[in-house]
Ligand binder design. Structure first.
Ligand SMILES: C[S@@+](CC[C@H](N)C(=O)[O-])C[C@H]1O[C@@H](n2cnc3c(N)ncnc32)[C@H](O)[C@@H]1O
Length: 302
């Protein structure tokens, strides 16, 4: 499994994705599934996809899963708060890996959903399992990130810092007769855009992988774009970037022979300058948004 997302942290920031869950819920409605359709929510996190779908169609029978027990516990609490105990009691909450659905027989579900899940899983294995547990002609709905300013801007600043400090370091190394290879900047470990058609793609194309897994080639694509509301001021926005850079700075500090904290401070100063000078439109008065994320919903059919 890829690095786990901290359930406590994720529960604080994840409501950004409301428009995504609503799009998935609306798209399910358009598929005209039976009123008691069996739906599997994979990698549900704190269960908001499940809660959004049930708010629209309380008669669906949903199995809500995640690889982390703590997410499932948060999911139960959130569903109870949002939908009440009666509806929540009908949801089957299960800890499960998206790549191993052996608990479910072939042809079980009318639809399977996975919002912002595929970047964390072994996609071919997961898609093969999803296809197996779907009923004939059943649907799989997956969302991925296409563009995410929160990610690429932080990585770009890491890259710039690397270049600036390495150029100086290699100049010193050359002057003292040592090796002067520039090397490559460390990569932020979380890769939200690992399935997008950008330079950050490391996992391939969902459409191609879906066809390889045996899904029909005619499938729907819905693109979404929405602001990243984090209810933070500019300093808060800059501070929250440490979620991404915490994993990078120790490596960079070691390679550059610098202090971790000094690199964090330098990164924060550059980020603040970049946002305030180039993205004044992210200032919404009561908060600064972390730009506009672009995402894609794939609707696949077995
Ligand atoms: C970015 S979150 C998305 C959560 C939720 N779908 C949403 O839209 O809010 C990804 C979720 O996938 C879960 N996850 C990661 N790897 C997984 C795997 N191999 N199988 C199932 N869930 C996994 C994580 O625990 C996390 O809750």
């Amino acid at each position: 499994m890829a690095d786990a997302i901290d359930p406590a942290l994720y529960a604080k920031i994840f409501e950004i994705n409301k428009p995504c869950w609503q799009t998935v819920s609306d798209s399910l409605k358009k598929l005209n599934l039976p009123s008691d359709a069996k739906i599997l929510d994979l990698g549900a996190g704190p269960a908001e996809p499940t809660a959004t779908i049930l708010a629209a169609t309380p008669t669906y029978k949903i199995t809500c899963t995640d690889s982390q027990e703590a997410m499932i516990e948060k999911g139960k609490m959130r569903c109870t708060k949002k939908l009440g105990e009666e509806v929540t009691a009908e949801v089957n909450f299960v800890v499960a890996l998206a790549e191993d659905l052996s608990a479910y027989a072939d042809d079980t579900f009318d639809a399977v959903i996975g919002t912002y899940l595929l970047m964390f899983v072994d996609c071919p294995k997961c898609l093969a399992e999803v296809k197996r547990v779907l009923k004939p002609s059943g649907y799989a709905l997956f969302t991925i990130w296409l563009q995410m300013p929160f990610f690429y801007m932080n990585q770009a600043i890491v890259n710039d810092m690397w270049s600036d400090f390495r150029v100086k370091q290699t100049a010193d190394e050359s002057a003292s007769g040592g090796s002067a290879a520039l090397g490559v900047p460390p990569k932020i470990v979380v890769q939200p855009m690992s399935l997008s058609s950008t330079q950050y793609n490391t996992k391939g194309d969902v459409g191609v992988m879906a066809r390889e897994a045996g899904f029909k080639s005619a499938f729907g694509i819905t693109d979404m774009a929405y602001d990243w509301h984090m209810n933070l001021d500019l300093d808060g926005l800059v501070g929250v970037s440490r979620i991404l850079t915490n994993g990078v700075m120790p490596k960079m500090a070691e390679q550059l022979g610098m202090e971790v904290e000094a690199l964090h401070l330098e990164h924060a100063a550059r980020l603040k300058k970049e946002i305030s000078e180039k993205h004044a439109d992210w200032d919404r008065g009561s908060e600064w948004v972390w730009g506009r994320g672009e995402a894609r919903l794939y609707t696949l059919q077995k």
